[in-house]
Design a protein around this ligand. Structure first.
Ligand SMILES: [Zn+2]
Length: 239
């Protein structure tokens, strides 16, 4: 039904580049969690989507762009969602869109993030100082004809934002799913939204898997975790 919609989902940074770090948050980790959430949800909605990275790997801008353009080709109907967290003393969410696109999707996303309780900063374009006909960010400048957006969900160095990101990241990711669905005319169904579980004292991956009728391997895959060590208060996707 949604064969014409193609979505490339990027998790910013990774590997030796942690991105922004603050208040116990590494940008690269949340970027990947959010990207995986988006990828799972778009698949549930019957949309073709793909992750640029699915592990904690280092990618140069060129490697990242080459992957992005390799999945569905260099076409204007390919949506590229690059997921990031901000730093630098602000508060709230921003979406940056390319000079070749309009702000429709960016505004839908910010509006939905606002409904989920995040502060809305702005949707904007940014030009390269040395050549203002070009985009500032390689994610916009070097991604051909595609429609790329950079979503900055909040500021890791702002304690309020950091707490919101830790507790609400799935709702924020869902806000993006809803916005993209509206923008691309995808019938939106919230019912299959992932279920989560907050780790309690004494829990193990095995006990949680048993509780939710799944397996340790599946839990690790869903949450992109490698080790068996859980921390109390950690939020796991269980379905
Ligand atoms: Zn970033």
């Amino acid at each position: 039904m949604n064969n014409d919609v193609k979505i490339v989902i990027d998790a910013g940074h990774g590997g030796s580049d942690p991105g922004a770090v603050g208040n116990g948050i590494y940008e690269k980790d949340y970027a990947l969690k959010i990207a995986e959430y988006l990828n799972n949800r778009f698949k549930e909605l019957g949309v073709s989507s793909v992750l640029v990275r699915s592990t904690d790997e280092t990618l140069t801008p060129n490697e990242r762009v080459n992957r992005i353009l390799s999945f569905y080709g260099n076409r204007p109907d390919v949506l590229v969602i690059s997921n990031h967290l901000n730093a630098g003393g602000g508060e709230g969410a921003e979406v940056i869109y390319a000079l070749r696109n309009n702000d429709t999707l960016s505004k839908l996303i910010l509006n939905n993030l606002g409904e989920e309780g995040q502060l809305i900063r702005k949707a904007y374009q940014r030009r390269l100082p040395s050549d203002n006909t070009k985009d500032y960010y390689f994610m916009h400048r070097n991604t051909g004809l595609t429609e790329p957006i950079i979503v900055e969900y909040g500021f890791v160095d702002n304690a309020k934002d950091a707490n919101k990101i830790k507790n609400n990241w799935q709702n924020y990711a869902e806000a993006v799913v809803k916005a993209v669905s509206e923008y691309k005319g995808i019938p939106y169904d919230k019912s299959s939204k992932s279920d989560t579980y907050t780790v309690q004292r004494g829990d193990t991956l095995w006990s949680i898997a048993k509780k939710f009728n799944t397996t340790v391997d599946e839990l690790k895959k869903l949450n992109n975790i490698l080790s068996d060590v859980l921390s109390i208060g950690q939020i796991l996707i269980v379905k």
